[in-house]
Write a protein that binds this ligand. Structure first.
Ligand code: RB5
Length: 149
């Protein structure tokens, strides 16, 4: 984990409540949640929230990001369009750990309509406390990055 403990956090309307719980949880884990909203429950469009969080990560302002929508899928797709972003949707702790250890994912997406609160918090813990293993995995992650150019 980098010295940068800032974690970009955003969602659409489907995950406002869970996002608040995750923000508090991120703080308890010793990180700083950079919660960029939205703060009101009106229906909104997940691509802009996914992009906004992804840009904080891609710029280096935040070390990692956690984003949420109903399924986690749409906001993940938007985030992955930003250069340098590797975001996976996870509903289990094994996947959340592995996307850091093997894929060097810098963003995690969660479906608020898919998982319960306790699973979501454990998934966040697994993601934020895992480390990229490098080695042969770095070769493969570099191959992903090469697709961008
Ligand atoms: C919003 O109804 C829903 O489509 C959105 O939260 C997300 O699940 C999209 O992928």
């Amino acid at each position: 984990m980098t010295a940068n403990k800032r974690i970009a956090l955003s969602s659409d309307h489907a995950a406002i409540e869970l996002r608040g719980l995750i923000a508090a949880h991120i703080g308890k884990l010793g990180f700083e949640a950079v919660d960029i909203g939205p703060t009101t429950p009106e229906s909104t469009h997940y691509p802009k929230h996914g992009e906004a969080a992804a840009r904080l990560v891609a710029s280096g302002d935040c070390a990692l990001g956690v984003i949420l929508c109903g399924t986690g899928q749409g906001i993940m797709m938007a985030a992955n369009k930003v250069e340098g972003i590797r975001c996976g949707v996870c509903s289990d702790t094994f996947s959340a750990r592995m996307i850091r250890e093997h894929n060097n994912a810098n963003m995690l997406s969660i479906g608020a309509r898919v998982v319960g609160v306790e699973i979501a918090l454990e998934v966040v813990t697994a993601f934020l406390t895992a480390e990229f293993e490098g080695g042969r995995h770095a070769t493969r992650v570099d191959m992903i990055t090469a697709i961008e150019s």
